[in-house]
Design a protein around this ligand. Structure first.
Ligand SMILES: [Zn+2]
Length: 168
């Protein structure tokens, strides 16, 4: 879980992920950028809202001007969790239970699939970001592990994807 914001030109800010959700922010009016690594813990803590609040407070950005792009992350097809983790999501997102799905039993344990990309969109909307200003690539890192690094797919052999944004 990490977030960076700046209005300095000539600097590229980067986060690294392998299944976690990268979210880049850009306000073309105030010329401010942000880059957030929103893993499942970061999503529960709504880290992207903290970055948005920083843009508003420190850089006088208007929330309706901020553009958000969500990069490749683990999809609902592959983000499988146990009872304890799904309970945390249920508590944090009681109005978005459609993104938390009960699936099969494995070795006597109930499993759940979570749509972390959709929940990250909800977190952005809750902060006041306009739906038309949210772009999401919809690419699951595990499904595309031959092209993109995925920790779930290749475990400790996994590299990291870099998400970059900079102001000219
Ligand atoms: Zn997948």
């Amino acid at each position: 879980m990490i977030g960076l914001v700046t209005n300095k030109r000539g600097i590229t800010i980067a986060t690294r992920e392998a299944d976690c959700t990268p979210i880049i922010l850009y306000d073309p009016v105030q010329n401010v950028i942000g880059n957030v690594h929103s893993g499942w813990r970061g999503t529960l803590k709504k880290i992207s809202q903290k970055a948005i609040h920083m843009l508003q407070k420190e850089y006088q950005c208007k929330v309706e001007d901020i553009i958000c792009c969500i990069g490749p992350c683990i999809g609902k097809c592959h983000f499988e969790v146990d009872e304890d983790v799904q309970e945390l999501f249920k508590q944090t997102f009681p109005h978005n239970l459609e993104y938390i799905q009960k699936t099969q039993m494995k070795e006597g344990k109930q499993k759940y699939h979570i749509d972390i990309e959709a929940l990250n969109i909800e977190v952005l909307l809750e902060a006041g970001i306009k739906r038309r200003n949210i772009e999401s690539c919809g690419i699951c890192t595990v499904c595309h592990a031959n092209q993109i690094h995925s920790f779930r797919a290749t475990k400790e052999n996994s590299g990291r994807n870099a998400t970059l944004i900079g102001l000219k």
